[in-house]
Design a protein around this ligand. Structure first.
Ligand SMILES: Nc1ncnc2c1ncn2[C@@H]1O[C@H](COP(=O)(O)OP(=O)(O)OP(=O)(O)O)[C@@H](O)[C@H]1O
Length: 244
C-alpha cells in the first residue's frame, strides 16, 4: 500500500503581479508528522500556508490535503484542517467559554459535543476557573494555548500553525509544544511556521525557504550533518547568507 500523505505539493506557485512569493515548491508531509516550515521574513511561508488551507488560489502547481485537491475539493479540505494564524483570532470581548462555543459551532459540533469538548479543553489547559473570564484579561501564552486547542477542537487530521508562539518566553513556548506533541500523538499532522530555532529542533522534519523556494528539507539531525553545523540556527544562517 502506498504511504498515507497528509500534504502533497507539486511545483506550487503564487505570483502577485510580477512578484513570485512562492516559487514551485514541492514536498510531502506524512500523516502524524510534525513538519516545520522555516524561512526569513517575506520568504513566502504564509502565502504557501494560505494556499494549502484554501484561503488563497495558487497561480499554478498542484496540492492535495488529506488526499483532497485544493482547487476542486475545498469543502472537504476545510473540514479536515485546523488553522491558527499569527494574530490568532480569539474574540477579546468574549469569555473563554464563549470563544470555545463560537468556534466549535462554526466547526459544526453539536451542543452536546460542545459541552463535552469545552469541559475537556478547560481541564487540559487547567483553565476551569478562567472559563467565565474575558479573553482580553488572559496572558498572551494562555491565549495561544487556548487558540491552538480551539483550532483542533473538531479533531482535524491536519493543523496549520502560523508562528503560533510569537512574543512569549521559552518556558511558555515549551508548554505550548507539549500541546503540539499531544496532538501529534493522536495522529494529527502538524504544519508549523516559526522563527524560533529551538522550536525547529522539536520538529520531525524541517523545510527552509529562501525567496519563495525550498532550499533544504530533512530532519534537524540530517540538516545539521549536511551543513556541518552545530545547531539549526547555524543551518539557517548559512542558507540566509548564501542568498546575499
Ligand atoms: N497580497 C499580496 N500582494 C502582494 N504581495 C504580497 C501579498 N501577500 C504577500 N506578499 C508578498 O509576498 C512575500 C512573501 O510574504 P509571506 O507573508 O508569505 O512571507 P512569510 O515568509 O510568511 O513572512 P513572515 O515571516 O514575515 O510572515 C512578501 O514579500 C510579501 O510582501
Amino acid at each position: 500500500m502506498s504511504k498515507q500523505y497528509a500534504i502533497v505539493t507539486k511545483a506550487l506557485t503564487k505570483r502577485f503581479g510580477h512578484f513570485t512569493a512562492t516559487d514551485a515548491i514541492t514536498f510531502e508531509v506524512e500523516q502524524g508528522e510534525i513538519f516545520g516550515f522555516l524561512g526569513a521574513n517575506g520568504a513566502g511561508k504564509t502565502t504557501a500556508m494560505r494556499m494549502l488551507c484554501g484561503l488563497l488560489t495558487p497561480t499554478s502547481g498542484e496540492a492535495t490535503i488529506a488526499g483532497y485537491d485544493i482547487y476542486k475539493q475545498t469543502e472537504q479540505v476545510k473540514k479536515r484542517i485546523g488553522y491558527m494564524s499569527q494574530k490568532f483570532s480569539l474574540y477579546e470581548d468574549l469569555t473563554v467559554k464563549e470563544n470555545i462555543r463560537f468556534y466549535a459551532g462554526i466547526y459544526g459540533l453539536s451542543n452536546q459535543q460542545i459541552k463535552e469538548k469545552t469541559a475537556e479543553l478547560l481541564r487540559k489547559l487547567q483553565m476551569e476557573k478562567e472559563g467565565g473570564q474575558l479573553v482580553s484579561s488572559l496572558p498572551l501564552g494562555w491565549k495561544q494555548k487556548l487558540s491552538f486547542s480551539i483550532a483542533v477542537i473538531h479533531d482535524p487530521s491536519i493543523v496549520f500553525l502560523d508562528e503560533p508562539t510569537g512574543g512569549v518566553d521559552p518556558i511558555t513556548r515549551r508548554q505550548f509544544w507539549d500541546l503540539i506533541y499531544e496532538a501529534a500523538d493522536r495522529g494529527v499532522t502538524i504544519f508549523v511556521t516559526t522563527h524560533y530555532m529551538d522550536e525547529a529542533e522539536y520538529c520531525n522534519r524541517i523545510s527552509i525557504m529562501v525567496d519563495g523556494k525550498i532550499k533544504a528539507l530533512d530532519t534537524p539531525r540530517k540538516l545539521k550533518e549536511q551543513f556541518n553545523a552545530d545547531s539549526m540556527n547555524d543551518v539557517f544562517l548559512q542558507l540566509a547568507r548564501a542568498k546575499s
